[in-house]
Design a protein around this ligand. Sequence first.
Ligand code: DX5
Ligand code: ZN
Length: 219
Amino acid sequence: MSKIIAPSILAADFANLQRDVEMVNNSQAEWFHIDIMDGVFVPNISFGMPVLKAIKQHATKFIDVHLMIVDPDRYTKTFADLGADMLTVHYEACTHLHRSIQNIKSFGMKAGVALNPHTPIHLLEDIIQDLDMVCLMSVNPGFGGQHFIENTYTKINALKNLIEKKNASTIIEIDGGVNDKNAQKLVEHGADVLVAGSFVFKSEDPTQTISELNQIVNQ
Ligand code: DX5
Ligand code: ZN
């Protein structure tokens, strides 16, 4: 499988959302990464359903929705109806994670689980075979533009070992502080999907930045 670049729309220019969505459509990125924050699970509020609906009207690629909200089960059907292809919930926000995952799949979406930087990999031991993706947070969720946490490499190793031990086909996504300095090392350790927000959208030529990242990870 080729490695995937997933630009995070959180860092886009919301006054020019259609332009930025079309930029991603016409770039070498394969996915859109959509960050939904509720101001409770994380200390920030991003955007919700009407904005995702607007994005979806123009987006032509895979929609990867990252829910940073408490009690995400309440909205599983809503995100399926809005056109999410992957729905990722936080381990720390789900008391009945197995049920949440089955619920996501029952609506025809792929199911992911995100881990905060302090949450150990071994907690996924009894659910990994049910997961299409694990998203390792390489910053504390809530904001774009933060510094990459170096311990992420060790966590990718541990996750890769768990996936192999359990014979699972789960893919690994890295979210937060991704740039041209750490991208290669991340895929060498086993990352499959790299989310990049600020590094892409705050650059002078986002299309070119995506192309450079793509080249680094797929060389
Ligand atoms: C953080 C979000 C990330 C964020 C990444 O809570 O989950 O997806 O948009 O942004 P950068 O790439 O700027 O760290
Ligand atoms: Zn995210």
